[in-house]
Design a protein around this ligand. Sequence first.
Ligand code: BGP
Length: 478
Amino acid sequence: MDFDIMKIPRNFILGAAASAWQTEGWAGKKTKQDSYLDLWYKNNKHVWHNGYGPAIATDFYHRFKEDIVLMKEIGLTHYRTSINWSRFLLDYESVIVDEEYADYTDQVINELLKNGIEPMICLEHYELPGELFETYGGWGSKHVVDLFVKYSEKVFERYGDRVKNWFTFNEPIVVQTRVYLDAIRYPFEQNTKKWMQWNFNKALATAKVVQLFNQKGYKERYGSKIGVILNPEVTYARSSAKHDIEAARIYDLFFNRIFLDPSIKGEYPPELFELMEKHDISFDSTENELQIIKENTVDYVGLNLYFPYRVKARTTAWNDSTPFHPAYYYEMFDLPGRKMNPYRGWEIYPRIMFDMAMRMKEDYGNIEWFIAENGMGVENEFRFKNDEGIIQDDYRIEFISDHLKWLLKAVERGSNCTGFMLWAFTDNVSPMNAYKNRYGLVEINLEENRNRKMKKSAYWYMNLIENRELQIHKDVFR
Ligand code: BGP
């Protein structure tokens, strides 16, 4: 077979990602420090694969030093994770810091830096405190927005001198979509208006935290940046027919532009207001809040891209007795012959990287951005172990290569993409799927004391980081 080599620019980041709740475990957690995710796990353990959840996770809380040694060995220059809001404070209203957790965070950050690894920190990766969910309805409350700003202030005060890359949320649309739109997660309430309010309040929270960050002068003092990590679903219409294109456009409006536009452009698409009014799902906002959003846009964005989203115009009638759902305007479309990751049930279509990259260039002012997550979750990976017990995850290497090459092609075409963060550094716990699908460069062996072992992909990534050359098939850009 014929191969070509694509050069990876020296300053293009090749890192890996995780989050606090998916790795740390509950060691040291106080009784009142449950997160929303912890509540879900405690209330509905039966839907978590094999009963695994955040309780021990990867035990990063105790084993971070060992993990950082591996990061260094692989050559990671950046590691993305979060700080767990529910654990960082003892009292969310008066923002009393839990010194034990803050000290642990301090140690993690210092250990990363000592090993030449830049921490990239998210202030919320679904770790909304359970107490704020139960008392105020979580992100549906403007009071919670203000408490988040206060929490962020405490975090910046502690670590703002050392952490240069900050993000307000990871995938701010996800929790409320699963909970209030699709009603498939605890507490299983279908309520589209709440969905919208959460969407708005998180956009507002991002703007308020950006405002605080700018006022406090972190940029000037430390050269740091603040952004948000979004998960736009690169949307394709089934056909070139008007009705299908319209379905894709509306999907994009409700699920992608709803965060991309306010975060980057400071404004919602006017059509969204019309649709919200038409369907009686308008969020509650004031002129002042919209102004804050307008004036406090992000410095950069991280994008989590895994799969394409294909839609067609509705072919069946909408059931009017159910609450409004954007699916009123579309149906999902499964492309016959598509390549699938059967374990996760996601289509594999690496071109999403290029198409989204060009969109960032053309529609979003070529703002600085990077891939904050992309990766492949595979079940029962231990069956691929060789004689030395190393998982031969060639499928992952192929998946990453195929996505990276489209991304690098977009960089060649001038998209301002500065890096690629693989999901994930080690295997870790996913919402509900728990340890079912493994994503890591490094295996977590649940049978043997959660021991760590690098997979074949880790050695491959190590080589990629060092040599900055990606091998691709000659006929690849089809
Ligand atoms: C992203 C989340 C991650 C991670 C990943 C893998 O949406 O930001 O936290 O979980 O998806 O997906 P999943 O865990 O559902 O397999």
